[in-house]
Design a binder for this molecule. Structure first.
Ligand code: FO1
Length: 333
């Protein structure tokens, strides 16, 4: 067994094509939940869902979120209604008093459904309605995710990092905002001052995650701050990573990032936005997979390959390098 830590698009792209290298049934994914929001009463878990949709062949591979060819009739009607009612498009946070009332799983990340600032496809929405219903009926997020994975025919264990609420709040020169406001609504433009994982101090990793971290672990090429950072903020995760073989795939080629706001967020949180910065941020990593054009000198074993991830053949190539790196540091695949 090998466990992957995943968030955003980097790690799902790595796993896309990796089935011949790592048997999906024996290769759990621990998914970041710091990006999750409650939108119009529905719990939306983007990083869990990208893996669910990728594994079930439903993913929109243009955007790497949502369902391919999904319609957006409800979303459009919500925007039209708000517009004709003269309601500002938002993002419309619920008042502070409502952020900690009601469902614990949605604390500090509650938005009104008015004008719906994130686009939810119609079929995607059905998944959120089902997930939220299962939570309201008393299931944990881990259990609800397993039920959804079974319904979609997904073999790979998909494990939310926690059943408790953790909200990634980006502190910017324009004030604090949830990661989804920063990323979707503001297009990552505001200058970042710091990043907070609200709730992480009291949230715990689930037992399923702790068990999965007994196996060798791969930290995929996800954003070290907002995809991997929330997991590292949970009690016991760093210690678990220190006592198992860990291979990290850099999301950079030296100081060039493949995609997303990783560079900006790393610089703002005191790390060098580069492979060298990633190596420093992951002291628990025993080996690295770097791009062939990445000459960064790291004090741990390195396997080099072309780390571009554009299609399943790329995923397979990089997964082979990951496997070699795990074996190099004594991990049993
Ligand atoms: N990303 C966008 O850029 N715009 C959207 O409207 C949007 C909606 C959305 C709905 C469901 C979902 O699961 C993901 C969605 N994303 C959207 C992607 C999401 O913001 C991020 O890519 C992830 O949080 C990063 O991991």
């Amino acid at each position: 067994m090998v466990t992957f830590l995943a968030g955003g698009t980097g790690t799902p792209k790595l796993l896309d094509g990796g089935d011949g290298v790592f048997d999906p049934a024996e290769t759990p994914v621990v998914a970041n939940t710091g990006d999750d929001v409650e939108l119009g009463g529905l719990l939306v878990c983007p990083d869990v869902d990208t893996t669910l949709f990728a594994e079930s062949g439903r993913l929109d591979r243009e955007t790497w979120w949502g369902i391919e060819d999904d319609t957006t009739e409800t979303h459009e009607e919500l925007q039209a209604l708000a517009d004709t009612a003269g309601l500002d498009a938002g993002p419309r946070y619920l008042p502070d008093s409502a952020q900690t009332a009601g469902r614990d799983i949605a604390r500090w990340r509650r938005f009104s459904g008015v004008a719906e600032f994130m686009e939810l496809g119609d079929r995607d929405r059905a998944l959120h309605i089902t997930r939220t219903g299962l939570l309201d009926e008393g299931r944990t997020l881990t259990e609800a995710t397993r039920t959804l994975a079974d319904a979609l025919g997904v073999e790979r264990p998909i494990l939310p990092m926690s059943d408790d609420s953790v909200a990634t709040i980006v502190h910017t020169e324009s004030g604090p905002m949830h990661f989804q406001e920063f990323w979707v609504h503001r297009r990552a433009e505001p200058t970042v001052e710091s990043v907070e994982f609200r709730g992480a101090e009291t949230a715990s990793a689930t037992d399923a995650v702790r068990d999965a971290l007994d196996a060798p672990v791969v930290v995929g090429p996800s954003n070290p701050v907002t995809s991997i950072g929330p997991m590292l903020a949970l009690d016991g995760i760093r210690e678990a990573l220190e006592s198992t073989p860990v291979v990290a795939v850099s999301p950079f080629v030296e100081d060039r990032v493949f995609s997303g706001p990783a560079g900006k967020l790393m610089a703002a949180t005191g790390s060098d936005p580069s492979t060298a910065g990633v190596a420093e941020a992951y002291p628990f990593a025993d080996a690295f997979v770097l791009d062939t054009d990445d000459g960064t000198d790291i004090d741990r074993p390195v396997v080099r390959t072309d780390t571009t991830l554009d299609d399943p053949a790329d995923g397979e190539r990089v997964c082979r390098a990951v496997r070699e790196a795990i074996e190099r540091v004594g991990g049993v695949v």
